[in-house]
Design a protein around this ligand. Structure first.
Ligand SMILES: C[S@@+](CC[C@H](N)C(=O)[O-])C[C@H]1O[C@@H](n2cnc3c(N)ncnc32)[C@H](O)[C@@H]1O
Length: 239
């Protein structure tokens, strides 16, 4: 069963600390869309869809959390997107697109290999004949150091609030169980999430199962070469 970790509290805080790659991602994706419509799997609050639309690309979305979509709708321009509420591994918009994209580690939010394969297959079903599917994630080894499956990171440190990222990784299931613990004068809040980490090589095999092949892989949105020092990847697939 698909779990939704993006409830009202997480949605309310989602845009407080932007990741910082929004404009670079939008520039990369707009170039690939080549004037055709785009579909974002897991559109969220429109962090990428809004700057991409500002570059003239018509964007549709599939998103599991109505709370994230409510935040999108409250933003200027947030009502311009057609959003299908559902699971990106099976939901359909009934349209085909020149670009389907899935960013910010969100393929990891599907917790079995079968669901991740189904997600690639669903991308294929939504692509036009010359369309591209873009997936962007951190590399698992950059997230979890070998031999150190547990960690605590100070994610945000301020005089009135501290946010700790507390995690445990199981290399057998490939599941990373994480909890973002927020400590402030107002109390303690917990934001749990589980991710299934997969490597670029596993994604390439999932893509092959779904009838897609890798055409480009970069280390970031600026198209830096993907090499042994890379900590993330932007992978471009097509049929
Ligand atoms: C890290 S956020 C990314 C949101 C947006 N793509 C961005 O870059 O800001 C993950 C999003 O994936 C959504 N999500 C998780 N599992 C999903 C699924 N199976 N189908 C559709 N959306 C999903 C969550 O509700 C959340 O909005």
């Amino acid at each position: 069963m698909t779990q939704n970790f993006f409830g009202p509290d997480v949605a309310a805080r989602y845009d407080e600390q932007p990741r910082g790659d929004e404009e670079a991602a939008a520039a990369f994706l707009a170039e690939l869309a080549q004037g055709q419509w785009a579909l974002e799997f897991a559109l969220g609050t429109g962090r990428i869809a809004l700057p991409l639309a500002a570059r003239g690309v018509q964007v549709d979305g599939i998103e599991l959390s109505p709370h994230m979509v409510a935040r999108l709708r409250a933003k200027p321009g947030g009502d311009q997107f057609n959003v299908t509420i559902g699971d990106m591994s099976i939901a359909s918009t009934g349209q085909r697109y020149g670009l389907v994209y899935l960013v910010f580690n969100t393929i990891f939010n599907l917790l079995t290999a079968d669901d991740q394969v189904r997600c690639f297959e669903n991308a294929t079903r939504h692509l036009s004949a010359d369309g591209h599917f873009v997936v962007e994630t951190t590399l698992p080894h950059a997230w979890i150091a070998p031999g150190k499956p547990d960690y605590v990171h100070a994610e945000h440190v301020a005089s009135d609030t501290v946010v700790l990222d507390v995690a445990r990784y199981n290399p057998v299931t490939q599941l990373l169980e994480e909890n973002h613990v927020r400590l402030s004068a107002g109390g303690i809040s917990l934001s749990p999430i589980i991710c299934r980490l997969i490597t670029p090589g596993e994604m390439d095999l999932m893509a092959r199962i779904a009838g897609l092949r890798l055409v480009n892989r970069y280390a970031n949105w600026q198209r830096s070469p993907f090499d042994a020092h890379s900590t993330a990847h932007v992978s471009v697939y097509r049929s």
